[in-house]
Design a protein. Structure first.
Length: 94
């Protein structure tokens, strides 16, 4: 099941803080769709250190969508990966 967190209108550090709060509440079978106006670079270290996986994509709802799930949660991983496959890959500009 998807949980949506749209932080695209918030200023730092609120997006990171809200993501951490929401991730701590994820239940079995749940993944987070994190919507932001830019790639949330500071979030990835937290994800790695705390047992999460993520797929970063160009979004429909916002510029950048990151689908996040707990590493051991195969049901959430399958759902998040299926949703990520519907979006174009993230490509760094430059």
């Amino acid at each position: 099941m998807e949980r949506l967190l749209d932080v695209s209108e918030l200023e730092a550090p609120e997006p990171l803080l809200q993501a951490i709060d929401t991730l701590q509440e994820l239940g079995a079978g749940e993944y987070l769709r994190f919507c932001h106006r830019m790639k949330p670079c500071h979030l990835y270290a937290y994800l790695q250190e705390n047992g999460f996986c993520a797929e970063t994509r160009r979004g429909r709802r916002c510029e950048c969508e990151v689908l996040i799930w707990r590493k051991q949660d195969e049901a959430a991983a399958a759902q998040a990966r299926a949703e990520a496959a519907l979006l174009p890959p993230w490509q760094e500009e430059g």
